[in-house]
Design a protein around this ligand. Structure first.
Ligand SMILES: Cc1cc2nc3c(=O)[nH]c(=O)nc-3n(C[C@H](O)[C@H](O)[C@H](O)COP(=O)(O)OP(=O)(O)OC[C@H]3O[C@@H](n4cnc5c(N)ncnc54)[C@H](O)[C@@H]3O)c2cc1C
Length: 423
């Protein structure tokens, strides 16, 4: 059998399995964003979705391109894409934001840098849905300046003691572990004294609190670490070399988003179906002004669709540039999402301020507006994407830095004693 025939055969078997085991996606499929009570992962909802993921895993359709020795199938990416295309017509397991982070970002980063023992323990549990891992990246005082984190782990005999706090962790309240970026060495420049630990979120000394957001959800969390005990076995990658791991993670976070956007963005020949539905709901389908707004959105959709496809192609053909190129996709989402959300609001013309229960077009327009800055901030702000494109793609001079060569301990001391005078 040729490669193409093998792939077609695999696709046919996957389709047959999906038809026999999963519910087809009906017209009432849920939108990307919904409301607080819908997005809350109660223990019952989590157990239900984990059981569904287990079913997919047992059938051999989880981690299709992940190494077979760690519970994956070890097949080429094309097989995974074929399955995803077929699965797009069915209700698949949905483990929410923590599930997306686990499979799309943390699991892949651990695969790239974790010790074989760590991989043997955790990756099969990740693929079967038993284990959810979130990103403990941002300190309250270090987001864009990621290398400035001050949450620290100090060695004490054969254990490490973790203290500090993290914030804006998506989905931590129902996750099992957090991949946590901490300072392990204060006597070297800031990028060189960082280490990643896999921290059990139910360990003694860990407190997870939820944060209520403007859209009514409370999926963000903040965590406090008080003398949490860890060991060398919990380290992901090398001690003090966490910056390398962070680069891999950011590439998956930004690149993964670009690829997902290209695969899931609707066919742009179908003119902004959500906005047409909205216009119809508020009786403006024949209104020239509303039609102009829909056309504006459609033109942007087409451009964005082609940008995403081109980026995915370039990233696949040159993996060394993938991290830098991913910034374009992330920047496009960060700039475009607010524009599109505002177009929807103008079309709704007041219909998105209040709505009847069950009136989804108005509710979606309002929720999209509240959520439209997500992509402009998460995983690196639009300003940071522009910096990254300038420096890593266009070869422009690096931003001036006063703290990248000095031991981090001195940088912090100097900042504490700063008189406020510049120069
Ligand atoms: C939807 C969402 C999900 C998130 N999920 C997670 C998560 O799961 N885990 C996690 O750890 N974090 C998460 N975050 C946090 C996110 O990574 C940070 O908010 C982000 O990195 C920005 O950091 P900050 O909030 O500290 O802002 P700051 O870094 O304080 O930035 C404030 C402003 O200053 C600008 N700025 C800062 N430095 C520069 C510079 N050098 N040049 C130009 N402009 C600059 C920024 O662009 C921004 O406009 C999430 C955030 C969002 C919105």
């Amino acid at each position: 059998m040729s490669e193409a025939e093998k792939l077609a055969d695999y696709r046919a078997r996957a389709r047959a399995w999906l038809e026999a085991n999963m519910e087809p996606l009906g017209p009432t499929a849920k939108s990307r964003f919904s409301f607080a009570e819908d997005d809350d992962f109660t223990p019952e909802r989590l157990a239900e979705q984990q059981a569904l993921q287990r079913k997919v895993y047992d059938a051999g359709y989880a981690g299709i391109s992940w190494p077979a020795e760690y519970g994956g199938q070890g097949l080429p990416k094309a097989y995974e894409r074929a399955f995803e295309q077929e699965a797009a017509h069915f209700v698949m397991p949905n483990l929410g934001i923590a599930g997306g982070t686990t499979m799309g970002v943390c699991g892949r980063t651990i695969l790239a840098h974790g010790s074989p023992e760590l991989l043997r323990t955790h990756i099969p549990r990740v693929l079967s849905g038993e284990e959810l891992i979130v990103q403990l990246f941002s300190d309250p005082e270090a987001g864009s300046d990621l290398a400035g984190v001050r949450t620290q782990a100090v060695r004490d005999g054969d254990r490490w003691v973790l203290n500090g706090s993290k914030i804006w962790t998506s989905g931590a309240y129902y996750a099992n572990y957090g991949m946590c970026l901490v300072r392990t060495n204060w006597d070297v420049p800031k990028h060189r004294g960082l280490t990643w630990f896999l921290v059990p979120l139910d360990a003694p000394g860990v407190t997870v609190q939820r944060i209520k957001q403007i859209n009514g959800n409370a999926e963000f969390c903040t965590e406090f670490f008080d003398d949490v005990e860890l060991t060398d076995a919990d380290i992901i990658g090398e001690l003090d070399n966490g910056w390398t791991v962070a680069q891999t993670m950011l590439m998956f976070e930004r690149g993964g988003g670009g690829e997902a956007a290209a695969m899931s963005s609707p066919d742009p020949r179908d003119i902004a179906p959500d906005l047409r539905e909205l216009a119809a709901a508020v009786g403006r389908l024949d209104d020239p002004q509303a039609r102009r707004l829909i056309t504006t959105a459609h033109v942007d959709d087409v451009v964005r669709h082609h940008l995403s496809r081109r980026l995915v192609g370039l990233m696949r053909s040159d993996s060394r540039q993938a991290g830098a190129l991913a910034s374009y996709g992330k920047l496009a989402s960060g700039v475009y999402d607010p524009i599109r959300a505002n177009l929807a609001l103008e079309i709704a013309d007041g219909g998105a301020s209040t709505w009847q229960h069950g009136d989804s077009p108005g509710a979606h327009a309002a929720t999209d507006l509240l959520n439209c800055r997500f992509m402009a901030i998460a995983g690196g702000t639009v300003e940071m994407q522009r910096n990254s494109i300038g420096e890593r793609v266009l070869g422009l001079p690096r931003e001036p830095s006063f703290d990248s060569e000095r031991p981090f301990r001195e940088v912090v001391r100097a900042a504490m004693n700063w008189s406020g005078k510049v120069g």
